[in-house]
Design a protein around this ligand. Structure first.
Ligand code: ATP
Ligand code: MG
Length: 449
């Protein structure tokens, strides 16, 4: 017997007729991978979030496979396969635009030097030690994420009590929570994200270490936190994820500037963030496109605006104050969450166009309407309505303005801007309000670029 087999969990096997997972709901690509591995003599299981979501009656967004075959053995079986990852070596089998992630069972051996596992200060930096399915189950994060659907007999194997947790709608970590978070602090974020996504509660024992271990998130690679933030905010449950992150006390470790602005009691910012996230969730559910740029512009707006105002009142030119505030906030944020350059450019445009909405003067209005980022910036302006009545009215004005024929709008606008920047009286005076036509409802494009 494998010496590692000591203390191994005993599977609870649920035969096909006693569970609800049907192959109809598993992607064709995943089934092909499972069957091919099985026919080649390896064990092959659907695992993780897919099994959890199928048992809950949902539609998994990705299908992961766990197998006894090593990555090299998987590669030999599939032409459409590439090996990825250094920390966690995995095989990706590609069918069209679907990728099936195939992971070899990971072992639980604590001994360094055996296989390829690298642990520093309790943190797993690399884990390429192969093991048995029982060991693999123990290395997963939550009990509901450690169930396996066996393609050889269509049964479900539950090694650690996942089925019970699904019934109780609770997220429990496998093993000692503090140890598991030290191994990988991202598990704290996963707890908040999955609780939001599944509408589960987090077991008090799993939530207890957040306050003490949350700071460990600052040492997680910022690129990984970017990926995690997309899963949190751009997959249809962003609003709930945000609430959950706040409740868990984890927001400040990912978005310190957002937290600071909210701590200043900025109600308008809260409204902007909540509406922005709700609009984005609706777009995702409707299958429309969403961009991380708009999301991060929403989350960081409060700090950018406050800094720009402070610097402008300290004598800096307004344009320069805005650019510098944007650059400052982005630089700080990117130390936590690596936002790719292309999104940063769009975020800056959305922010820097905001003061330009206040300049109601003919040439400037038309220049702004023709700006490639006008639509996103205008959607952003609408979200800012709670900041002040003036901003709300400005949003309405630009809403009307877009619907007018060019000549009508031009005739209603002053050639020169009489008042100071932000002078809403001039905006009102110039407002094309003679037409009583109802404004088309905002089309909720807030998540769009
Ligand atoms: P989602 O619905 O967002 O895809 P998921 O649980 O499937 O949720 P994935 O990132 O797809 O999340 O991971 C697949 C599986 O891999 C998880 O269900 C879990 O078993 C395991 N896993 C993922 N991340 C970790 C982690 N940080 N530590 C331990 N196990 C993990
Ligand atoms: Mg998944």
């Amino acid at each position: 017997m494998n010496p590692k087999a000591r203390n191994q969990p005993v599977p609870h096997r649920i035969p096909r007729e006693q569970h609800t997972i049907s192959r109809k709901n598993i992607s064709k690509a995943a089934l092909r991978v499972l069957y091919r591995l099985n026919e080649a003599g390896y064990n092959a299981y659907l695992v993780g979030g897919a099994v959890r979501d199928l048992l809950l009656g949902g539609h998994p967004k990705d299908f992961d496979v766990a197998t006894s075959a090593t990555p090299d053995e998987v590669k030999k079986l599939f032409r459409n396969c590439r090996l990825i990852g250094r920390r966690f070596r995995l095989a990706h089998v590609v069918y069209g635009n679907e990728i099936i992630e195939v992971a070899t069972f990971r072992g639980t051996s604590e001994e360094q030097g055996e296989g390829d596992r690298h642990i520093v200060d309790g943190r797993i930096l690399r884990d390429n030690v192969w093991g048995t399915i029982e060991e693999d189950a123990l290395r997963r994060d939550f009990r509901v994420n450690a169930m396996y659907y066996d393609i050889s007999d269509f049964s479900v194997r539950d090694y650690v009590g996942g089925i019970q947790d699904l019934k109780d709608r609770v997220l429990r970590l496998i093993g000692d929570p503090a140890t598991r978070y030290r191994e990988d602090p991202v598990r704290m974020l996963r707890a908040a994200r999955l609780a939001a996504k599944l509408d589960f509660r987090i077991d008090p024992e799993a939530a207890a270490p957040f306050a003490e271990l949350g700071p460990l998130l600052s040492s997680v690679a910022s690129a990984r936190l970017f990926d995690e933030s997309l899963k949190m905010f751009l997959t249809g449950h962003g609003f709930k994820s945000f609430r959950m992150l706040e409740q868990c006390g984890l927001l400040k470790f990912m978005f310190p500037a957002t937290m600071r602005a909210l701590m200043r009691g900025d109600k308008a910012l809260r409204s902007l963030i909540e509406h922005g996230l709700e609009n984005t969730d609706t777009r995702v559910v409707d299958g429309k496109s969403v961009t991380p740029a708009f999301l991060f512009a929403v989350l960081l707006w409060g700090e950018v605006r406050d800094l720009a105002h402070t610097w402008a009142t300290h004598g800096k030119d307004a344009g320069e104050a805005w650019s510098r505030a944007a650059a400052h906030v982005i630089a700080e944020q990117c130390q936590r969450v690596a936002i790719p350059r292309r999104f940063i450019i769009t975020m800056e445009e959305i922010w820097l166009l905001q003061p330009r909405f206040e300049q109601i003067q003919r040439k400037k209005v038309f220049r702004l309407l023709a700006h490639p980022r006008f639509r996103a910036a205008f959607d952003f302006l609408l979200l800012r309505a709670a900041e002040s009545t003036a901003i709300g009215e400005l949003g309405q004005w630009w809403g009307h303005a877009q619907q007018l024929p060019h000549e009508t709008l031009a005739a209603s606008l002053p050639l020169y801007h009489a008042g100071s920047t932000g002078d809403l009286d001039s905006a009102r005076a110039a407002a094309p309000h003679k037409r009583k036509r109802r404004r088309k409802p905002a089309d909720g494009k807030s998540g769009a670029s």
